[in-house]
Write a protein that binds this ligand. Sequence first.
Ligand code: MRU
Length: 368
Amino acid sequence: MAEECVPVIRYEELPEGPVVVLLDQTRLPVEEAELVCTDVPALVEAICSLAVRGAPVLGIAGGYGVALAAARGFDVADAAEQLAHARPTAVNLAYGARRVEAVYREALRAGAGEAGAAAQALAEARALHREDAEASERMAEYGSALLADLVPGGGMRVLTHCNTGRLVSGGGGTALAVVKAVHRAGELRRLWVGETRPLLQGARLTAYEAAEAGMAYSVLTDGAAGSLFAAGEVDAVVVGADRIAADGSVANKVGTYSLAVLAGHHGVPFVVVAPVTTVDLATESGGDIEVEQRAAHEVTEGLWGRSPGSRMGSGGGPALAPVGAHAYNPAFDVTPSALVTAVVTDEGVASPVTAAGIAELCSTSRKR
Ligand code: MRU
């Protein structure tokens, strides 16, 4: 199915020079439009505006961005720096940018010359893209097997949050790849899709992917989750992660922590799915994770009906709050490991979620 879709990200060598082409996620589900980035500032802008978003594909974007800088003769160190810091929470972004930068530097040191080093940088970015696709498949296998154990009897109703499918990945994604595997096995009764205020990654993007896959799904407001649990309508929560600290704490889209608390209260399994590239052993605990704070207008203004030419979330939308209202708008929150039933990665599953279990997954990792 994914082959027929507009690619989420690709690096293309055009006669006028190389470019990174993105499926502009700010335009979904209204239209499938592509955004062509000819330089690093354009790609950084695309990352900040969430035209490309979600942890694993941010790593791929970071890698291609560095390869683009190398091929176009821009300052590679500066490009890697800009990309690595474009958004602070998803560790994959810095990982992808730094990994490709390291290959470029090493190639220069080894005497490959600028063109040779640029070619090696691109090969590394393409390898990262491929590895991410393979990681998706392994997560889907591990995760669907785990859910079959956690929710015996089949016909499960799964609640998810934000978007974690093919739009965030070189392949099928993380949490949503697991849900798709459950669906393909005929075991998904319903996917509950939290709308994910304020930028609606659930309603706009996960629902788009669920429809594409032919799933039975319902979109709910984030505030409706509590009553859904109370009604006994949720068999498992499956979400992704932007960064997993060494102690197993999970940073993910804001609203995830509330779902984990609800799941704990109602005795429902709460499963996090992420590649090992999302684990950051250098971040000791959840409190050390930098949470991105975003602009107030994302909360106080609607996404549609904006002034002509303005992008989603760029301001100029219809007022949802009095002009000048202050807003609290963290993009992510942190869920402590005690509330997480299992962390599913491409290297296996940690359950219970402990620092030792997380370290063990990383020690067997293909991650460089
Ligand atoms: O702000 P976004 O849309 O980049 O946030 C994305 C998420 O929080 C996803 O749940 C997360 O990156 C996991 S996707 C594998």
